[in-house]
Write a protein that binds this ligand. Structure first.
Ligand SMILES: [Zn+2]
Ligand SMILES: [Zn+2]
Length: 287
């Protein structure tokens, strides 16, 4: 089923000419509970993992707990995205599948899971690994429930957290003025799409963190893995038309936290497109 974000109730680019060139397209992935196959794009679903390739484990020392139970922790699937569904991802030449896994344990210093991004060519994979290790049971909030994706392109504007002070003040003045009788909030209703998405502006929860790779290149926002698809405020403008009849009960978990993960906020992935090995870095923020 396709999901459609309603048109923005206010044209902020017309209202604030400073925003006219600031619109970006993001791909909202709209994860919803389902039963994806290895041949589907998914969140928390089974990965197309070749039978002759060992399953990845996190060897980080942070989880050497005294009982010795967690010497090595099996990574768990978070996202699998085929190029046919989201061609906007920067697939390296010869690849058509992006797989994101994480270690489902809180790691210092971010107190967030450690991630692994794999780009592969799905075409030669004929035999899929049958013995995928069971995830450890320690931190259930890091084990995403299987969801299917319904990618949707939407136009969005920068988070209020990255606006120049002067413009920010101007927008704040407008939001409480009589010319905004509906009391729309730029930040929650009109700027950045919330939820799990590919590219576009970052829905920062805290202050923005500019990301550079080890060689000093500016990194690009690859995708966001969000604990919530929206909150009590942003649901007013970002809930898809097809689900608005559920809005009154917006606490329904399938809408609010479809993948049932709880990192306390969002995990942002950044990629360097200048380095040949395309390093990916992660930032997690909590609300
Ligand atoms: Zn780990
Ligand atoms: Zn670089």
């Amino acid at each position: 089923m396709g999901l459609t974000t309603p048109p923005a109730p206010v044209n902020v680019a017309a209202l604030f000419p400073e925003l006219a060139n600031q619109g970006k397209t993001t791909v909202r992935l709209h994860p919803r509970r389902g039963t994806p196959a290895v041949t589907d794009s998914s969140m928390g679903g089974p990965l197309l993992w070749p039978a002759d390739e060992p399953w990845p484990y996190c060897e980080a020392s942070e989880h050497e707990d005294p009982s010795g139970l967690w010497g090595r922790v099996a990574m768990v699937p978070v996202l699998q995205i085929y190029a046919r569904d989201v061609p906007e991802l920067p697939f390296p030449a010869g690849t058509d599948l992006c797989q994101v896994l994480w270690c489902p344990v809180t790691h210092e210093p971010d107190f967030a899971p450690v991630l692994d991004t794999v780009w592969r060519d799905s075409r030669p994979v004929t035999e899929v690994l049958s013995e995928v290790p069971e995830p450890i049971e320690s931190e259930k909030e890091y084990l995403p429930s299987p969801c299917v994706l319904s990618p949707e392109r939407v136009r969005e504007f920068p988070s209020a957290r990255v606006l120049p002070t002067k413009l920010h003040k101007k927008i704040r003045a407008w939001s409480t003025s009589p010319s905004n009788p509906e009391k729309w909030s730029y930040q929650y209703h009109l700027s950045t799409a919330p939820g799990t998405k590919v590219g576009g502006w970052i829905d920062w929860i805290q202050d923005p963190i500019p990301m550079e790779c080890d060689r000093g290149h500016e990194m690009q926002h690859l995708l966001t893995i969000a604990s919530w698809e929206h909150d009590g405020a942003s649901c007013k403008t970002w809930t898809p038309l097809e689900e608005q009849h559920l809005l009154g009960a917006y606490q329904v978990p399938e809408l609010l936290e479809p993948a049932d993960i709880m990192t306390g906020g969002s995990t942002y992935l950044f990629i360097c497109l200048e380095c040949p090995d395309r390093p990916v870095e992660t930032v997690s923020q909590c609300s």
